[in-house]
Design a protein around this ligand. Structure first.
Ligand code: NAD
Length: 357
C-alpha cells in the first residue's frame, strides 16, 4: 500500500534519529511490500534558520494532508536568545495545536534486558513496568495567558492554567477506552487539594468513569504519583494527566525504563492523522556524534504504523525487532552502563536487519 508520511527531523539529534527510523521504515517497505512516500520538512530551529519562523505554513499544511507525521525533536542553545514567540518549541506547540492533537499517549515499559539499566532497585524493577500515560496536550498552562507585569513587589511573571469541561471529557474518554483494552484501571492525576482546574478535572473524570463500569478509577495527587512511580510503578495501568503534570511525570517514567531515549509517543486528535515522536528533546550535548539512542523514535514509527496507517503486523514486527536486537546485547551508550556500545546508526541497521530476517 502507498502512504504519505511527513518527516520533521528538527534540531540537535533530530536528523540522526529520523534517519534511523527511516532505515527501519525502509526495511518494513521491503519486507511487507509497502511504499512510504517520505518527505522531510523544516520545523523548530532549523525552520527559523531557513524560513524565519519555527512552523512554516507549508510544513503545517503538508502535515495536515499526510497520513502521518514523524518528528525528531526541536530546540537547542542556538535559538535560546530569539524572542519568545519565535522559539523552536513554539513551532511544536503550534503544530500540535494546528493539527488538533489533544491526546498524547506515552507507553512506558521496562524491557527485561534493560532491568540493570534502570535506576530502580532490582526487586522493584523485576515486578515490571507497563504503563500508558495519557496526557492532555493542547490545553492547560502551556497554552494559557502569560506575561510579565508590574506587581506590588516589582516586576512579576504569570502563567495561567485553564481547562474546560469539554477538554477534560475528551481526554478522559481516551484514557478509559485505552484502559478498557488493557488492565482496566485508570489513575487520574491532579492537584485537587489546591487547584480549581484540578477540582473540575476530578469531577469531570468521575462523571466520564460512570460510562465505563468495567474500569476502576482512582485519583492520585501529582506529588504522591511522582513518589509512587519510583516506589512501585507496577501498580499503574493507565495514568491520565494534564499537559504540565504529564510532561513531568513522563520524563520520570522514562528514566525508570533505563533511558529517556527508549520511549515513543503518539499525539492524536479527532481524525486519523497522528504525530509520532520520541519523548526526549534535541539532546544538544550529544548532537552530531551518532551517539543518540534511536529506539524511542523507532518505536514511535511502530506506533505510527499500527495507529495511523493501520499496519498492525508491521508495527509488531518493528517492536519484535527492537526486542531481538536488545536481546542480542546491542546497546547505545545511554543504556550500556559504561560497557561496550554501538552508534545510533548501527543500532538502526541491526533493527532493520532483524525485520528483514
Ligand atoms: P533532552 O531530552 O534533549 O536531553 C536530556 C538528557 O537526555 C541529555 O543528557 C541528553 O543527552 C539525553 N538524551 C535525550 N535523548 C537521548 C537519546 N535519544 N539518546 C541518548 N540520550 C538522550 O532535554 P533538554 O536537554 O532539557 O532539552 C534540550 C532541548 O530540547 C531544549 O531546547 C528543549 O526545549 C528541547 N526539547 C524538545 C522537545 C521536543 O522536541 N519534543 C522535548 C523536550 C525538550
Amino acid at each position: 500500500m502507498n502512504f504519505n508520511v511527513v518527516l520533521l527531523p528538527g534540531d540537535g539529534v533530530g536528523p540522526e534519529i529520523i534517519d534511523a527510523a527511516v532505515a527501519v521504515l525502509n526495511a518494513v517497505e521491503r519486507k511487507f511490500g509497502h511504499n512510504f512516500h517520505m518527505r522531510a520538512l523544516p520545523v523548530g530551529g532549523s525552520a527559523i534558520d531557513s524560513t524565519g519562523v519555527p512552523l512554516p505554513k507549508d510544513t503545517l499544511e503538508a502535515c495536515k494532508a499526510a497520513n502521518a507525521v514523524l518528528l525528531g525533536a526541536v530546540g537547542g542553545p542556538k535559538w535560546e536568545s530569539v524572542s519568545a514567540h519565535l522559539r523552536p518549541e513554539k513551532g511544536l506547540l503550534a503544530l500540535r495545536s494546528g493539527m488538533g492533537l489533544f491526546a498524547n499517549l506515552r507507553p512506558v515499559s521496562l524491557y527485561s534486558e534493560l532491568v540493570n539499566a534502570s535506576p530502580l532497585k532490582s526487586d522493584i524493577a523485576k515486578k515490571g513496568v507497563d504503563i500508558m500515560i495519557v496526557r492532555e496536550l493542547i490545553g492547560g498552562i502551556y497554552f494559557g495567558e502569560r506575561g510579565f507585569r508590574d506587581g506590588v513587589m516589582g516586576q512579576e511573571a504569570y502563567d495561567t492554567e485553564v481547562y474546560s469541561i469539554n477538554e477534560i471529557e475528551r481526554i478522559a474518554k481516551i484514557a478509559f477506552e485505552i484502559a478498557s483494552s488493557r488492565n482496566k484501571r485508570v489513575t487520574s492525576v491532579d492537584k485537587a487539594n489546591v487547584l480549581d482546574t484540578s477540582k473540575l478535572w476530578r469531577a469531570t473524570v468521575e462523571r466520564i468513569a460512570k460510562s465505563y463500569p468495567d474500569v476502576k478509577l482512582e485519583h492520585m495527587l501529582v506529588d504522591n504519583c511522582a513518589m509512587q512511580l519510583v516506589k512501585d510503578p507496577s501498580q499503574f495501568d493507565v495514568l491520565l494527566t494534564s499537559n504540565l503534570f504529564g510532561d513531568i511525570l513522563s520524563d520520570e517514567a522514562a528514566a525508570i525504563t533505563g533511558s529517556i531515549g527508549m520511549l515513543p509517543s503518539s499525539s492524536l486528535g479527532a481524525g486519523n492523522i497522528g504525530l509520532y515522536e520520541p519523548i526526549h528533546g534535541s539532546a544538544p550535548d550529544i548532537a552530531g556524534k551518532d551517539e543518540a539512542n534511536p529506539i524511542g523514535t523507532i518505536l514511535a514509527a511502530a506506533m505510527m504504523l499500527g495507529t495511523s496507517l493501520k499496519l498492525v503486523d508491521e508495527a509488531v514486527a518493528v517492536e519484535n525487532a527492537v526486542k531481538r536486537t536488545l536481546a542480542k546485547g546491542l546497546r547505545t551508550k545511554d543504556i550500556a552502563g559504561g560497557k561496550k556500545h554501538v552508534s545510533c546508526s548501527r543500532m538502526a541497521e541491526e533493527i532493520a536487519l532483524a525485520i528483514l530476517n
